[in-house]
Design a protein around this ligand. Sequence first.
Ligand code: C2E
Ligand code: MG
Ligand code: MG
Ligand code: MG
Length: 278
Amino acid sequence: AKTLGMGCSIQFFSANDDEAATRRHLLERDLTSALANDQLWLAFQPFLDLGSDRIRGYEALLRWQHPTLGPIPPSEFIPIAEQTGLIHAIGHWAVKTACLAAARWPRDLRVSVNFSVVQLKNKALLDAIVETLAEAGLEPRRLEVEITENVLISNFEETICLLQSLSSLSVTVALDDFGTGYSSLTYLRKLPLSRLKIDRSFVQDMLTDADCSAIVKSLVELAHELRIEVTAEGVETLDQLDYLRRVGCDEAQGYLIGKPGRIDDIPAIAARQFGVGS
Ligand code: C2E
Ligand code: MG
Ligand code: MG
Ligand code: MG
């Protein structure tokens, strides 16, 4: 459906909408069995420490290989998972798989796992994370939880409580995609954050748009005043990396540093960075 203008609710339906609805139903049906059928896997993308020029860890990113439709992007299947409640089982699998992987990496590397606000509403999540860490034998400080808020946090007090419990266990909390969606300064003030991730859209425009470069520079300063580290997402060029270094950004992530890849490639990357055998 096309929507005309901001806040206008007049919609026109077309044949494309039928196709989209059919695809959605198919994906919804097949996502139910995707875990059991081994169609989900995690890609890992490194983040670089700009002080030491070392890889500090990897972010786990969900991938769905559909048997007939091919790879389905998370932007398409995660909303479906959230609306159907499948996100709880899938998220549990993701954090478990990520922790098991990280337990085999050098001990100075952390793993970060994305959680949407919908997942944070699950009362069983804290226990599940605690159990997962114990089972994997991963030190809690090596796990970072990235909160992605594609929907407004409705139960703010409960979310604060959950994140505080996690951080009291030494699991760190990062606020993802900062500057977009519903993210607000209240989050910086009230959530127990260790890290703020500046959204890729700002990084993309910061060298061509003076306002954008000012925003990035000021965000780094603001976060540091609040004792929060900053990671820039979506770094694709050396010029962007240079600018981020100049403004004192702590970490960078993006295709320039490494694309999300198969877990089998991780020991090789870590070995290259650290000079350790695999
Ligand atoms: P995100 O957590 O902000 O992850 C960054 C996204 O940007 C990833 O897209 C990554 O592949 C992409 N990216 C990284 N570097 C670059 C770059 O240099 N250039 C460009 N153009 N893109 C870059 P991806 O993998 O499609 O994931 C999209 C979103 O799906 C993630 O955004 C995250 O919000 C969500 N997601 C992924 N895995 C999970 C998960 O396990 N659970 C939940 N709840 N959400 C997940
Ligand atoms: Mg993320
Ligand atoms: Mg992000
Ligand atoms: Mg982003």
